[in-house]
Design a protein around this ligand. Structure first.
Ligand code: GUN
Length: 281
């Protein structure tokens, strides 16, 4: 039977600490979000981010573009925010509509305001071992591990998924924290053989109940990044009911990684404001 890694509780705690810090320092960080189109899930995520801003004392501005906006229209919005001295952090909600060249948009965000951590400069810094803004989901997972005093040094970590927003930056963060990291993906041979070696197993593959109990080493720490629909219910990548019986620690879905992502975005935005304030004095 495992201990539940309560992301909701830890995120609440971190947000409360951040609120106090913002008040004490007399900062007024500001985040701008850009959303194109009316995808209900994206709209809900953006709304949750604005609510978190309000809660901790971060100002927020939401730019809403039509789903037909061409690449240049999104670039124009990002460039206006880049130039706006009152905006400290910029988040372009992904996925963007099909006609928009996502790579160009991500690369247009000024690295100093890249609180999402997706810009090549941010990722380069992260992989060089000197991160500025790390992507919020993997960074939030590192915070969760550290809050529960889970030791990464020397641990064998296996990450399932090699996306630019989770799998790859997760591998860099774990490497920077002295874990021995293996990244698995759709072409990995004998996946279960790899996952069974993991002291820390992180799944970001986006397939409901993909990670079954026979793929997990007894006593492993299991982190579930997946958000999938199964029979009208929200479930993770991990077969929680069975895996929780053998893992030492496990994140639930919902209430595990998700809240940590938002709390980390708030922390990154605050860091951006602090760094920009330093540069203008
Ligand atoms: N879409 C889903 N999650 C995220 C996120 O954390 N950041 C951005 N920009 N888009 C997302």
């Amino acid at each position: 039977m495992s201990t539940i890694l309560d992301g909701k509780k830890i995120a609440e705690m971190r947000l409360e600490l951040l609120k106090e810090k913002i008040e004490e320092q007399g900062l007024y960080p500001r985040l701008a979000t850009v959303i194109a189109g009316s995808d209900p899930a994206s709209q809900m995520y953006v709304l949750m981010k604005h609510k978190a801003c309000e809660r901790v004392g971060i100002g927020s501005v939401g730019i809403e573009l039509s789903g037909e906006t061409p690449t240049q229209g999104v670039l124009d919005a990002v460039n206006r925010l880049n130039r706006d001295p009152d905006i400290n952090g910029i988040l372009v909600q992904l996925p963007l509509p099909r006609q928009v060249e996502t790579k160009r948009v991500v690369e247009a965000v000024r690295p100093e305001k890249d609180v999402d951590g997706y810009h090549p400069v941010s990722l380069g810094l992260l992989f060089s071992g000197e991160p500025r803004f790390a992507p919020c989901t993997p960074k939030g997972i590192m915070t969760l591990l550290s809050e529960y005093r889970i030791v990464t040094e020397g641990a064998r970590a296996v990450v399932i998924g090699r996306s630019i927003d989770v799998g790859r930056p997760m591998s860099a963060l774990l490497t920077n924290a002295d874990a021995t990291v293996t990244v698995c993906h759709s072409r990995t041979k004998n996946l279960a053989e790899e996952t069974r070696r993991a002291d820390i197993l992180i799944s970001a593959i986006g397939r409901a109940h993909f990670v079954t109990a026979d793929m997990v080493k007894p006593g492993a720490v299991v982190i579930d990044v997946g958000i999938n629909q199964l029979d009208g219910k929200l479930v993770g990548d991990v077969d929680f009911a069975h895996v929780k019986e053998i893992a030492s620690f496990i994140t639930p879905v919902p209430g595990g990684v998700g809240p940590m992502t938002i709390a980390t975005l708030m922390e990154n935005t605050c860091t951006a404001a602090e760094e920009q304030a330093c540069r203008t004095v």
